[in-house]
Design a protein around this ligand. Structure first.
Ligand code: ZN
Length: 91
């Protein structure tokens, strides 16, 4: 049986159109609300910004890439480069 804390755990993700919603599952991709770029959760550039404390307020999460794109976000050129997206930019 999961504990009360576990049951109450919800993640705030952005859905299609960039509208926030509560999800029981963690987001698979992170994004920057300010630069409109999304990337992997373990992206070294994103983690550097998080560590610096300048990113937390702008940090958003997506369940998948399709949702991130529909919300108007571009892929991070650092961790998503392999996809060859010409519009890619560093998150
Ligand atoms: Zn990245």
């Amino acid at each position: 049986m999961p504990g009360a804390d576990e049951l109450a755990k919800v993640y705030r993700l952005l859905g299609p159109g960039g509208l926030p919603f509560a999800s029981a599952a963690r987001g698979a991709f992170g994004g920057n609300r300010r630069t409109k770029v999304y990337g992997r959760l373990d992206c070294s550039i994103a983690l550097r910004h998080v560590a610096r404390g300048t990113y937390a307020k702008s940090r958003v999460f997506f369940a998948d890439e399709a949702t991130a794109r529909s919300a108007g976000y571009r892929s991070c050129s650092h961790c998503m480069k392999r996809r060859g997206d010409p519009a890619a930019d560093v998150q």
